[in-house]
Each structure stands twice: as C-alpha cells, then as structure tokens.
Design a protein around this ligand. Sequence first.
Ligand SMILES: [Zn+2]
Length: 189
Amino acid sequence: MEGGPAIPHGSSSPHHYHVDTCYLRPILIERDDDRDLLEAARRLVNRADGRGVCASVGVVGETIIKADANSSEGQLSSDDLECMGRNLARYIRQGRIALCSLGSADNSEVFFRRALEIRRADGRIGDMDVLILASALGCPDCEVLYTNDGPMLNSTSLRAIAQEKPLALREAPGDPISRRRRGRPGARR
Ligand SMILES: [Zn+2]
C-alpha cells in the first residue's frame, strides 16, 4: 500500500488533555450526524489557550475502526481515509494534536501493570478503553481525559485509580451525547 499523507512524529506543544475516540473521530472525518458533537469536539482541538490535545495510539486506531463501522455506505471510502490522514497530519503539524504511545519514557512494564490494574478494577470496561485510560495515566503532562464513555465515567473504581495521578475523567463541554444520556433538562432527544 502506498500514498497518503505522512504523519509527523510529534509535536513540541504542551498538552494537558487527552481525548477519547468519541471526540477524535468527528474532528478527523470532518462530519458527524450530530452537529453539536462535532462542534464540541472542534472546540477541544481549537482551544483558546493554544494547548493541543493528545490522542493515544489506541485512540487513533479505534477512530479508524469506529469511523468504518459507522460509515453510512457500510465502509469508509478511500477519500474518507485520505481525509482523516490529512487532517491528523495537519493538526499534529499545527501542534493541536499530539500523539502518545505508552506514556512516560515508554516504560512498557509500568504501562502493562497499569492496564492490568484498570482491567482488574472494573471488568466491564472495554479492552480498547483499558489501553486508552492507561495511556492517559502514563502521560506525564495529562491532567484530563475527555470522554463520553458511560462505563468509564460512571465507574467509581476507575475514578479512584484516575484520582491518584491525578487525572480527571470528564465530558467535553457542550457534548450533546452526554446531556442526552443523563437526561438533563433541555437535552435533545
Ligand atoms: Zn499525552
């Protein structure tokens, strides 16, 4: 396979926030059935304070898989794939998205221990979310993981693990999916 944009290796801009797949997907594919979700995700990446957000390698991989699964045509087109790759490369060059792998110093043993701790603390969390949370916990700069994943947000044992760092688990401001799920007044149905 050949072609497509080259993804830069990194960004020097400090990032204090990790994003989950729910927010990276609409940003990269540039559309979402839910305009409000797209806007909430865009605000995260285009923060007024100039700090970029961080996407772990697990989030980038899951973004492609979920975008393919949710595609209206049944699968992602080559144009969609190219668009997503181009956007990812552009955001990284602009310092708005940084990529993270296993966390500080890529210490794999610490990462493995943390992933197992997360899995044993709450068996209901999905495999990919175990890795995404472990990456955010391992990132030396990360203070917040923005996610609208209900099982992660509602898990007291996972919140306890996150608080030790400390890492806040939080929905993006204005995320309409979270408003709907919680049945808040004024939420769209
Ligand atoms: Zn990071």
